[in-house]
Design a protein around this ligand. Structure first.
Ligand code: ADP
Ligand code: MG
Length: 507
């Protein structure tokens, strides 16, 4: 019996390990409920080795005994210090790989001695060699090094077939690359690659930290930058807020006793809207689009030659990234394979093929339709009340929940009609109306009173639509039972009114 070959995504920010078992691709949990291992190592007070989340937690307060982003150093003849001792980049990477190997061994109950490891397409021979060495130090024979965009394409391969060209847009924590790949039957070839290995989700976090610092300065006249513990907490809160803003129109950074000023405790509580956040990160997103055109011309291709865009890397969950890519390239990027996990999945698929198995397919439940609502917006040069606002796009993995903010139009407006549609047409009236309801009893407020509308679709095709007045929490919902197979639309909608989240069904 041949032993399992694992697939490893050894990332700058995060790493994952995956296997193929019984024809299925599995990303192995690194801790209960987590499949992502932060690529951080450290030495604790007592000298014990920390890898992953614990090391990441320690990093902000004890950078002198923690190491992160070691991938940027791979292939250099250098050493990094951790608690006063020198380590080569290979040795640090090996600590991550060894942890992943142990996690895989515990999961499958047998020793693991072989791996396929992914590297960025631009990695030089020296960087690839260093990655192999890291594997060896960790007790892994690296049976193949494959390019990350190739792995991502393999994870997507099942969904499509035939020759085509894809753009793999990979925005991670601290690195960005975009590659043009050619897919032909069993061969994936990287035609060109371009990027910036100092651009990623961490920069987005920094913008949110800056936003909070400005707020603290303005409202409390304090400068938190001198306080490492406060900065570490802000960093955490900023990343959490950023992730919330991928699905919600608002996020709150709230940290009690963040710091003290003249003996008085200062509590941070500040809200950031998605619109404010998008303005902060827009220049970074624009930079990635420029890089994309450089990669395209490097491959001697035009946008029209590209058949699909594959999204890779956690930061591609940012709605602005998806929106700007769609505007720029005129097609909806594909994101149905989890962008954090798809490189590891592709590595596992490659590993299975090397081991002699049939290439397995990645199965994901996606919605076959787009669902949305309508709003008053500019449409073909005029204000039009039925502009379609999609909330859940076709091919999004389910279950999914997405929210958007809408505002009242008139002063003193006490009710809003919410229409629910299925379809793609920018004119909502050309789509299928699958439900509608009215939220009544809004507070007496000037025009611009925000309401948050949430669409939640589960794996059984049950769509719940809720609209909530942001300031009061007043809300109203409907449930559409068979949203992905609607025949007689609104008859299937069950309505209920909720005052503050407790459902009192009306019909
Ligand atoms: P890498 O490949 O560089 O190791 P990842 O692909 O794991 O990195 O991406 C990590 C980045 O993705 C981090 O900056 C993290 O905050 C960001 N990220 C993760 N989930 C989301 C999300 N839902 N919305 C926006 N950013 C996210
Ligand atoms: Mg990555």
């Amino acid at each position: 019996m041949t032993s399992t070959i694992v697939g490893i995504d050894l990332g700058t920010t995060n790493s994952e390990v995956a296997i193929v078992r019984a024809g299925r691709v599995e990303v192995i949990p690194v801790a209960p409920g987590a499949r992502i291992l932060p690529s951080v190592v450290g030495l604790a007070d007592d000298g014990s080795l920390l890898v992953g989340e614990t090391a990441r937690n320690q990093y902000a307060l004890h950078p002198e005994r923690s190491v992160r982003s070691i991938k940027r150093r791979m292939g250099e003849y250098t050493s990094v210090q951790m608690a006063g001792k020198d380590y080569s980049p290979q040795e640090i990477s090996a600590m991550i790989l060894r942890r992943l190997r142990e996690i895989a061994e515990a999961h499958i109950g047998e020793t693991v001695s072989k791996a396929v490891i992914t590297v960025p397409a631009y990695f030089s021979d020296a960087q690839r060699q260093a990655t192999r060495e890291a594997g060896e130090i960790a007790g892994l024979e690296v049976v193949r090094i494959i390019n990350e965009p190739t792995a991502a394409a393999l994870a997507y391969e099942n969904c499509h077939s035939g020759a085509r060209k894809a753009l793999v847009y990979d925005l991670g924590g601290g690195t960005f690359d975009v590659s043009v790949v050619n897919l032909e039957s069993d061969v994936v070839e990287v035609l060109a690659s371009h990027g910036n290995n100092h651009l990623g989700g961490d920069d987005f976090d920094q913008k949110v930290v800056g936003f909070a610092l400005d707020h603290l300065q303005k409202v409390h006249q304090v400068d938190a930058r001198q306080d490492p513990l406060a900065m570490a907490r802000l960093q955490r809160a900023a990343e959490a807020a950023k992730i919330t803003l991928s699905d919600q129109p608002y996020a709150t950074l709230s940290e009690e006793y963040l710091l003290e000023k003249d003996g008085v405790p200062i509590h941070l509580s500040v809200e950031i809207s998605r619109a404010q956040y998008e303005e902060l990160i827009e220049p970074y997103v624009a930079e990635t689009l420029d890089a994309l055109h450089v990669a395209l011309s490097g491959a001697g291709l035009a946008v029209a030659n590209i058949n699909e865009i594959l999204l890779v890397g956690g930061a591609t969950r940012t709605p602005l990234v998806q929106r700007r890519l769609e505007e720029e390239l005129g097609m909806q990027p594909r994101a149905e394979v989890d962008p954090d996990l798809c490189v590891a999945m592709g590595a596992a698929i490659q590993a299975a093929v090397i081991a002699g198995a049939q290439a397995p397919t990645v199965l994901v439940d996606v919605t076959p339709y787009t669902f949305g609502t309508s709003a008053l917006e500019y449409f073909m040069g005029e204000m039009y009340p039925y502009c379609y606002v999609p909330l859940i796009r076709k091919n999004t993995p389910i279950p999914v929940s997405r929210s958007e903010a809408f505002c009242t139009i008139f002063d003193g407006q006490s009710k809003v009609d919410i229409n629910v549609y299925q379809g793609e047409d920018p004119d909502a009236l050309n789509n299928i109306e699958i439900g509608r309801f009215t939220i009544e009893g809004l507070r007496d407020a000037p025009a611009g009173n925000p309401l948050i509308t949430t669409f939640s679709l589960d794996v059984n095709g049950i769509l719940q639509v809720t609209s909530r007045e942001k300031e009061t929490g007043l809300q109203h919902s409907i449930t559409i039972d068979n949203a992905i197979n609607v025949k007689e639309p609104s008859l299937q909608a069950r309505e209920y009114l909720t005052a503050s989240g407790h459902g009192d069904r009306l019909s």
